[in-house]
Design a protein around this ligand. Structure first.
Ligand code: AKG
Length: 288
């Protein structure tokens, strides 16, 4: 079990970090989680990797050898993942960057590129995969290993979150858009020297979090190193987010039940942060 001390806040988010997120659609937050918390997620992550909750993305496109494995929604059945996504500093960090009073958990994901995995993460925006609309949506990418460009660190196209395009989701390790989805095809970033040259990538350590907006175009290289690249990605939505069913995008059991136009709400979409005072403490309750 993850102990409560590990979940405590480490440091506040600075105004500069908020400004960077708003300008670039991505920000590298150094040392915002207790590295011991990140280390404590190692065994739970291995348990997920050994379970049917993950898929070998490389094998899905005919690859053999070192894999790129991913899964989603682990918090729904696994208490350590629920603690990490709901009670760590991540929800308050998302609230600060999204400037949202409240924050709901959208999904979590494990993303593991083994040493020598040849699979790129193809460029995409997360919004294309969400049955949601709204501007207050972000993904927190948490490395469990020291990660840099050689081991498959994610690359981000700065400012792309301000483009109004809705991009079609793809097969993640293959750029082909999912059938029957609507919107524009993500441009071939690496074929355009200006776009490729603008990409932001960082060296991130356990305890760091890289957060991107759901409209930010991002992808990542193969893992050409000899170290594993294990990450947990947790996605959050704020006050302006509403359900919106999108054609062609896979629908989870919880999304099946969601009604277009309604906000995220407990219990399927857990409220994980609220800056509003508790109900009993509202001033209006005290008058008259
Ligand atoms: O880990 C990766 O390679 C991709 C991560 C990603 O696309 C995400 O977390 O939204």
């Amino acid at each position: 079990m993850i102990s409560p001390e590990l979940l405590q806040d480490v440091r506040p988010i600075t105004d500069d970090e908020v400004a960077t997120f708003e300008r670039d659609g991505v920000v590298h937050l150094i040392g915002v989680l207790n590295p011991a918390l990140v280390a404590a997620m190692s065994d739970p992550l291995e348990a997920v990797l050994a379970s049917p909750e993950v898929a070998d993305l490389g094998a899905m496109v005919g690859g053999t050898g070192p894999t790129f494995v991913a899964g989603t929604d682990h918090f729904r059945t696994r208490p350590d993942f629920a603690a990490f996504a709901c009670r760590s500093p991540l929800p308050a960090i998302a609230a600060a960057l999204l400037r949202s009073q409240s924050v709901w958990l959208v999904e979590d994901s494990v993303l593991v590129k083994e040493p020598g995995s040849p699979h790129r993460t193809q460029f995409h925006t997360d919004l294309g995969y969400f049955h949601l609309r709204g501007a207050q949506l972000c993904t927190t990418w948490v490395p469990l290993d020291a990660t840099g460009p050689a081991s498959g660190m994610v690359q981000y196209l700065p400012g792309s979150h301000r483009l109004s395009h809705d991009y079609r989701p793809n097969h993640f390790v293959d750029p082909t858009p999912l059938p029957d989805t609507v919107g524009e095809v993500v441009p071939d970033i690496l074929a355009d020297p200006a776009l490729a040259g603008a990409l932001i990538t960082v060296e991130a350590l356990p305890g760091d979090v890289v957060i991107h907006h759901a409209r930010t175009i991002h992808g990542g290289p193969a893992n050409s190193s000899t170290t594993r690249r294990r990450a947990i990605s947790v996605r959050y939505g704020g006050d302006d987010v509403r359900h919106l069913r999108k054609p062609g995008v896979p629908v989870s059991r919880w999304q099946q039940a969601a009604v277009d136009g309604t906000p995220l709400a407990d219990p399927d979409w857990p409220l994980v942060h609220s800056a509003r005072p508790p109900r009993a403490a509202r001033a209006s309750d005290l008058s008259g």
